[in-house]
Write a new protein. Structure first.
Lengths: 108, 270
């Protein structure tokens, strides 16, 4: 029994060892640009070049109220009307793959 | 009589040897790996980069465009030719007609491609046309940097041209009309004098000193598959030119060396 437990622990460690580098090689990326026409476009992706199509996007105002909710399109883009006041954009591709972009940092 | 023959052969050899000074078509921007998007300057200069030497007068280019790609998206091509503005670039020895523009870069890979007008080289009584590529990445998200753009003469990078540390190798594949060029001759030069975009000139200070003329312009050959490998000894911009890869290259009834050029930028590990 003791032997089996150590084999199990080893297997878990081995699994973790292979899992970790894969996660590191897959950093989420999201940049937003003011289009200059009253809209903002966010471009999402991953550092290994994989698509962010379908990733959930939220736009919140300064108090955390959700203004817009949507998904990255086929080209891994999400466009919304630029809010008047403070806002932030959340790119949510699951645990460990979330990015928040402050509206103040979004320029042309 | 013997003297005359010797003189003639010497002159003939000189005539063949002299043009070996490397002309390099540059598409220059200060930074190939940007953290954030924004407007970036581009300078298009036909020069001798290691010595910041003689700068040739460029004619209006035949093509200047960028393909932008991000992740798995299909690359989008944008014509930048109408954006080009003539300027005069000053080298350490002269000044020459060149071009400049600005480009608004967002995320991903931007492959800038130039097909210049063939340049008449009087000493050779022949033309030179260097199909040139330079790749800028924004934000670290890769695109189609490894895909051929479809230029007649093209070097396709086999390593990301914007992620090389000093001491890494750079590998590229030489293509003529999409087919590998077996044994292509490749000349390599280091951009040894910083381009000062505000002054439209090279900085006087050199960052490296060549111990002998051979080091100014390094020469390597591609293998049977058109693939070449170069170890990068110093941070900065490096230019690679595969020479005369169109066996029937001609323009206005004269020989035309149609070359493929690519620029890469290496960084020190700090």
């Amino acid at each position: 029994m003791k032997f089996k437990l150590s084999v199990f622990i080893f297997a878990v460690m081995l699994f973790g060892f292979f899992l970790t580098p894969a996660a590191q090689a897959h950093t989420p990326l999201c940049s937003c640009y003011d289009n200059g026409d009253g809209t903002v476009t966010c471009e999402g992706g991953f550092s290994d070049g994989s698509s962010a199509a379908g990733v959930e996007m939220h736009v919140e105002d300064g108090s955390g109220k959700v203004l817009f909710k949507g998904k990255m399109n086929e080209d891994s883009e999400y466009t919304f009307d630029k809010p008047a006041g403070d806002y932030k954009v959340l790119f949510d591709a699951g645990e460990g793959h979330k990015i928040t972009v402050n509206g103040k940092e979004i320029t042309e | 009589m013997k003297h005359v023959i010797t003189t003639i052969s010497t002159l003939a050899i000189l005539a063949i040897t002299l043009p070996a000074f490397a002309h390099f078509q540059m598409i220059y921007t200060p930074e190939s790996a940007l953290n954030r998007g924004g407007r970036i300057p581009l300078a298009i200069v036909f020069t001798h980069p290691f010595e910041a030497g003689h700068t040739m007068d460029m004619g209006r280019p035949e093509q200047f465009f960028v393909t932008r790609s991000r992740g798995e998206n299909i690359p989008k091509k944008t014509d930048l030719l109408p954006m080009l503005k003539p300027m005069t670039w000053t080298s350490l020895t002269n000044s020459g007609a060149a071009y400049e523009t600005e480009y608004s870069a967002r995320g991903g890979d931007h492959i800038f491609c130039l097909v210049p007008a063939p340049y008449y080289e009087g000493e050779e009584d022949a033309y030179i046309q260097q199909f040139t590529k330079m790749i800028v990445n924004v934000g670290g998200e890769p695109g189609a940097w490894m895909e051929p753009v479809g230029l007649d003469c093209e070097i396709v990078p086999l390593c990301k041209p914007y992620d090389r540390w000093t001491g890494n190798v750079f590998q590229g594949k030489v293509l003529f009309k999409g087919k590998p060029v077996s044994g292509a001759e490749i000349e390599i030069e280091y951009l040894n004098h910083k381009p000062l975009l505000d002054k439209k000139a090279f900085a006087k200070e050199a960052s490296a000193t060549a111990p002998q003329a051979a080091f100014v312009l390094q020469t390597i050959f591609a293998d049977d598959n058109g693939v070449f490998t170069f170890g990068i000894p110093k941070a900065g911009w490096w230019g690679f030119a595969a020479l005369g890869i169109d066996p029937e290259g001609s323009f206005k009834g004269k020989a035309c060396s149609r070359d493929a050029v690519i620029w890469i930028q290496a960084k020190d590990m700090k």
